[in-house]
Design a binder for this molecule. Structure first.
Ligand SMILES: Nc1ncnc2c1ncn2[C@@H]1O[C@H](COP(=O)(O)OP(=O)(O)OP(=O)(O)O)[C@@H](O)[C@H]1O
Ligand SMILES: [Mg+2]
Length: 479
């Protein structure tokens, strides 16, 4: 099929590109002639380079017998009607709107392509995009939300190729949604740019493939063409790590102030508490064991003892001692915790098992502190497990991470996802007699050792806590 084109603008170039690159199966089109009244139209230059027939006046087409199809690309309906009246009866004609329709169906509209080509000319964009000067994710998006270009780092992250992305809607690709982002949590920065014609910024939360929250800072810069926003350059930066550091610093500050407050309160309460306890015990000695007064005094001393336990936890929590680390066998520490919690386990009719890895390398730890951490986790596990259930303590060498893992797993009630965010906060408890300090203390200890603690839990199935401790690097970090 031999084609003549009327109008040698960017649409003509696009058509020529399309014909050149597309693998046709049924018809085999080729452009043979191009007409445009403007001598410097880009399509004419291209046609001259390819030795095609070039003219200012499309009337010249009608005298030729090597044309099967005339494509009108100026968009002028009068010209199209004129072609229809003058063409030979074996020659077909396509109006520019029909051509646009087919290009739209084929994935990328010609307008898109025009915009893309115009924007590509902007040097700023190419400095950023092509030279890969920045490692942030960069996309160029047209005002109709279609992606015009995307840089390598972003393609790599998404595991997609350029052709999977270009021409698709941005919300489809980045949010797997069928409509643009909206609302306070997910404002669309492109929309803001369109409204204000000024750069805009937003923070979005995306989920990775494991459903972990990723925080993105998204900045949009307008690309102006004839005082209109034609599109935007969108630069996104993963700020998850910065947010985590910020949260952890805030958490640490909070812990320090709660620690100070607790230490002060605990210290002040300890003395009157001891007086209450000893006085009630002394009174009990003078009274018959079966009298009602004796029972009430017993309640007083029991409650005072309970307060003493809380005060002890507060003091443990507030004690900001730096760990005195020595290279130790973690299995010994876990075994001692195992022995110390056995009584409580038997009382609750829960089996505790230790599954310790042999040949565990020594790790630099404060044995007393890590023992306290493991005991806290084991007591929680025992508390959460119904009679007949099982708690398992394990150790493992994570060779790829150069860390040692201690895990405490139970077959208990589990922790809801909302509560999983709160359990390390001081004073968060769901137990009637809990102080909510066990996990806050454990978290503090692990952090002081440069380690991490995380939890996996499912309601009704059980909970696993994992402590990861870095292996001795040979440096004396107590120095
Ligand atoms: N293994 C577990 N299974 C289910 N829930 C748990 C488990 N471990 C902790 N929790 C939840 O986390 C909360 C906080 O635990 P944490 O050890 O800090 O305090 P506590 O056990 O309530 O009191 P205490 O200060 O006496 O330890 C618990 O109240 C419970 O809701
Ligand atoms: Mg506890």
């Amino acid at each position: 099929m031999r084609i003549a084109v009327v109008g040698a603008g960017t649409r003509c170039i696009y058509l020529m590109d399309l014909i050149e690159k597309h693998k046709f199966q049924i018809v085999f089109p080729t452009v043979v002639a191009v007409a445009d009244i403007k001598d410097d139209a880009p399509g004419l230059a291209r046609a001259r380079d390819m030795n095609l027939f070039v003219t200012k006046d499309y009337d010249d087409f009608f005298a030729r017998d090597d044309i099967d199809l005339i494509v009108e690309l100026t968009g002028d309906l009068n010209i199209y009607n004129d072609i229809l009246t003058k063409k030979g009866k074996n020659v077909r004609a396509i109006a520019h709107t029909t051509a646009l329709l087919f290009w739209e169906i084929s994935g990328v509209s010609s307008l898109q392509e025009e915009t893309r080509q115009r924007l590509q000319k902007k040097q700023t964009m190419y400095d950023v995009m092509i030279n890969d000067m920045i490692q942030e994710d960069v996309m160029v998006i047209a005002s109709d939300y279609r992606i015009l270009d995307v840089n390598e780092p972003l393609l790599k992250k998404m595991g997609l190729k350029q052709e999977d992305v270009i021409g698709r809607f941005c919300y489809e690709i980045t949010h797997h949604q069928s409509k643009p982002c909206s609302g306070e949590m997910h404002p669309c920065p492109l929309n803001q740019v369109l409204q204000t014609q000024k750069p805009s910024q937003a923070t979005h939360i995306h989920l990775d493939k494991d459903k972990n929250k990723l925080h993105f800072s998204i900045s949009c810069y307008p690309l102006m063409e004839n005082d209109k926003v034609e599109g935007v350059i969108e630069v996104s930066k993963d700020i998850t790590k910065d947010i985590q550091i910020q949260t952890s610093m805030m958490q640490q500050e909070k812990m320090v102030s709660i620690g100070r407050l607790s230490a002060g309160v605990a210290h002040e309460i300890n003395n009157p508490l001891t007086t209450i306890l000893t006085s009630s015990m002394l009174l009990q000695e003078d009274i018959e064991a079966d009298s009602s007064m004796y029972q009430e005094l017993k309640t007083i001393s029991n409650e005072a003892l309970r307060c003493r336990k809380i005060v002890k936890s507060l003091l443990d929590f507030s004690r900001q001692t730096r760990p005195a680390k020595v290279p130790s066998n973690l299995n010994h520490v876990v075994m001692e915790s195992f022995v110390l919690t056995r009584k409580q386990a038997a009382f609750n009719d829960v089996t505790v098992e230790a599954n310790l890895s042999e040949n565990l390398p020594h790790v630099n730890i404060d044995k007393d502190q890590i023992q306290q951490a493991v005991i806290n986790l084991t007591l929680n596990a025992i508390e959460a497990t119904p009679a007949g259930g099982e708690v398992r303590l394990s150790t493992r060498h994570l060779t790829d991470k150069n860390k040692i893992e201690v895990s405490v797993r139970d077959t208990g009630a589990g922790i809801s996802p909302e509560n999983q965010d709160k359990i390390f906060e001081p004073f968060f408890t769901t137990r009637e007699d809990g102080t909510g300090l066990g996990l806050a203390i454990t978290h503090g200890i692990v952090e002081q050792h440069g380690g991490t603690i995380h939890v996996k839990s499912r309601i009704g199935e059980g909970t696993s806590f994992f402590i990861w401790l870095p292996l001795d690097t040979g440096e004396d970090d107590d120095a």
